[in-house]
Ligand binder design. Structure first.
Ligand code: UGA
Length: 450
């Protein structure tokens, strides 16, 4: 099939490359010409395991093309994916500027029948707006072209995006036209043996499904974080509780990990947007409002522990805190809504120094932190180093922020020797408290007996 994908962010680029890999000819468009130049040179603007190979291989085979030109994108395709950003507005609602402008650009050029697919995470009712935007442009031009808008939300996780796309647990398509639904079924056939993963529904339900999934996962996390804090008060261990409840197939083991609060470009934004959508319809989402509130508080939990350890906020002044990990989760350089940012700000405010190491997010973190705190503060109080060991040397205590694999089996005698205050704060509960105690280290996790 001939496909165009508008937007080369995570979702657009991964989808485009995966569709090309199963034999389609895909043109990826981005209005950011710098990005397109990089992609044409085989350089991937984001860190996503396996994506560079996939893009290079399909570009070399002539199945994956890049362009900044809407004329190329619209004339190329029978199916056009909209995968542009929907960042939160000030009031939390999703900003549809990019998606509607892309829709108009399509309408200005469409000359043959096409299926337009909303892949971006968009509020319920957006497909209708996209349809109107395209129809409006066609009308202005006085042409009549048959087109259908369908909703096809994406469920991929950063860091595992290619696997998630190639082996999806479900493919959700919302369509109000049987033919368009059939085209989507065919397109996804390579990813869904016997179409068993294909779930077709009406457009509005498909749009809501995306928010419902993220909201449910975010709520599980906040629930566990709240119970983790309770566990500490009760002398219980949230890790034991997690195993104890996760084996119930009705609950399941995933997304039950207490930690520093959820971050990233999706959960925080989508939870906010759904709360806003509901309030626009005069409904308050009590549960989700609590999910967000608990998460905001959880991002401060490690700082609170550090304050307690140092005998009050004043005790942190001049201390050096080592951070392992900066990105919002492993296998990505994404710093959006990363809990590390809240922690670093609080440490700066308390007068502490930060020495940090992240296997891939160093550059991105530097960029984000300099933009947030300015050059001066970052030059004097922040050091981003080249290895996990380097971060520990000269530090008072260590905080595990992101559970990258390389942090999972630390050299405990080295930590005990180098950390001035011999203490480790485990923001992801990946360590064994007993092993740390045996090595002479103070250990504190989230909601654990230590
Ligand atoms: C999330 C969803 O998992 C995807 O299904 C969805 O497609 C995507 O958003 C999206 O809407 O585009 P992602 O944001 O890449 O994917 O990352 P997750 O792996 O879901 O993690 C989100 C946050 O939750 C991270 O900060 C992670 O550390 C945290 N988390 C996750 C926990 O604190 N505990 C857990 O048990 C799991």
């Amino acid at each position: 099939m001939k496909i165009s994908v508008i937007g080369t962010g995570y979702v657009g680029l991964v989808s485009g490359a995966c569709f090309a890999d199963v034999g389609n000819t895909v043109l990826c468009l981005d209005v950011d010409t710098r990005k397109i130049t990089m992609l044409k040179d085989g350089i991937i603007p984001i860190h996503e395991p396996g994506l560079d190979n996939l893009v290079q291989r399909n570009a070399a085979a002539g199945r994956l093309l890049f362009s900044s030109n809407y004329d190329d994108a619209v004339s190329h395709a029978d199916i056009i994916f909209l995968a542009v950003g929907t960042p939160p507005d000030e009031d939390g609602s999703a900003d549809l500027t990019h998606i509607l402008s892309a829709a108009r650009s399509i309408g200005e050029r469409l000359t043959k029948p096409a299926v337009i697919v909303d892949k971006s995470t968009v509020p319920v009712g957006t497909a209708e707006k996209v349809k109107r935007a395209i129809a409006g442009e066609l009308e202005k031009r006085g042409v009549n072209v048959a087109f259908h808008v369908v909703s096809n939300p994406e469920f991929l996780k950063e860091g595992a995006a290619i696997d998630d796309f190639m082996k999806p647990d479900r493919i959700v398509v919302g369509a109000d036209d049987a033919e368009a639904g059939k085209v989507m079924r065919q397109l996804y056939a390579p990813f869904s043996r016997n179409h068993e993963k294909f779930v077709e529904m009406d457009i509005r339900s498909a749009e809501l499904t995306k928010y419902a999934a993220n909201a449910m996962l975010a709520t599980r996390i906040s629930f566990m974080n709240e119970l983790a804090n309770l566990s500490e008060l009760l002398g219980a261990d949230i890790e034991a509780v997690r195993l104890g409840i996760g084996m119930d197939p009705r609950i399941g083991p995933d997304f039950l990990y207490a930690g520093m609060g959820y971050g990233g470009s999706c959960f925080p934004k989508d939870v906010k947007a759904l709360i806003k959508t509901a309030s626009d319809h005069k409904q308050q989402l009590h549960l989700l409002t609590a999910t967000e509130k608990v998460n905001d508080a959880q991002k401060n939990v490690l700082f609170t522990k550090l304050v307690r350890f140092f005998g009050g906020e004043a005790g942190l002044k001049g201390k050096t805190i080592a951070l392992w990990g900066l990105s919002f989760k492993p296998n990505t350089d994404d710093m959006r809504e990363a809990p590390s940012r809240i922690l670093i700000k609080a440490l700066f405010d308390a007068g502490a120094n930060v020495i940090a190491y992240d296997p891939v997010a160093s550059e991105e973190a530097k960029r984000v932190l300099v933009a947030e705190h300015g050059d001066d503060l970052c030059n004097t109080r922040l050091r981003i180093v080249e290895s996990a060991r380097q971060a520990v040397e000269g530090a008072d205590v260590l905080v595990l922020v992101t559970e990258w694999k390389e942090f999972r089996a630390p050299d405990l005698p080295f930590l005990a020797q180098n950390l001035k205050q011999k203490a480790v704060f485990d923001g992801r509960n990946i360590y064994d408290p007993e092993a740390f105690a045996a090595a002479g280290l103070v250990y504190e996790g989230i909601g654990r007996r230590s």
